[in-house]
Design a protein around this ligand. Structure first.
Ligand code: SF4
Ligand code: SF4
Length: 157
């Protein structure tokens, strides 16, 4: 944050923070990321193959007018932030993927893991927590599959 220009943008870059997270590899890890996104102000995105979480939470050092109160002593990350590539200047960063809701994330997870694996893992984990065995969970997934493949009844006009 620097220069007169910053006074015009409402201090966008000081109203959230963002850091890299591990890329989810399996169903359980996608569930962890889903839990993050269930929280107010939390979004996750992929940028050049790396995963990040953003938390909308304004910096405590901003005053009522949106000015940094510790400007001369601001953290290094604020000092390194390049005005020519900032939120105000760049606008859209063109992320590979952006997950604003848990539904969008889980649709992505289903695609990445494959429908069968995703459905099986979900049923397995939920059944396990409910006390059922893995075998029972697998049977439940198979039953759901068969049901969804059944042709719909033809209605008479
Ligand atoms: S987003 Fe850009 S213009 Fe706005 S406060 Fe941050 S560095 Fe300044
Ligand atoms: S320390 Fe200052 S420059 Fe850094 S995020 Fe907070 S208000 Fe913005």
């Amino acid at each position: 944050m620097s220069a007169e220009f910053c006074k015009t943008c409402g201090s966008k870059c000081c109203r959230y923070f963002c850091f890299e997270i591990d890329e989810p590899d399996d169903y359980e890890e996608f569930e962890d990321v889903r839990w993050y996104i269930c929280h107010q102000g939390a979004t996750v995105h992929i940028d050049e193959g790396s995963w990040f979480i953003s938390l909308m939470n304004p910096c405590k050092m901003l005053d009522e007018d949106g000015v940094c109160t510790i400007y001369d002593d601001r953290p290094l990350i604020c000092r390194k932030y390049d005005l020519s590539e900032c939120d105000q200047t760049m606008g859209d960063y063109g992320y590979d993927e952006e997950f604003n809701t848990p539904e969008v994330l889980m649709a992505y997870a289903r695609k990445e893991l494959g429908e069968d694996e995703f459905d099986y893992q979900r049923a397995k984990h939920r059944a396990k927590l409910g006390g059922a065995t893995e075998k029972a969970a697998f049977a439940a997934v198979k039953r759901a599959r068969r049901k969804s493949r059944k042709p719909k009844a033809i209605t008479q006009r």
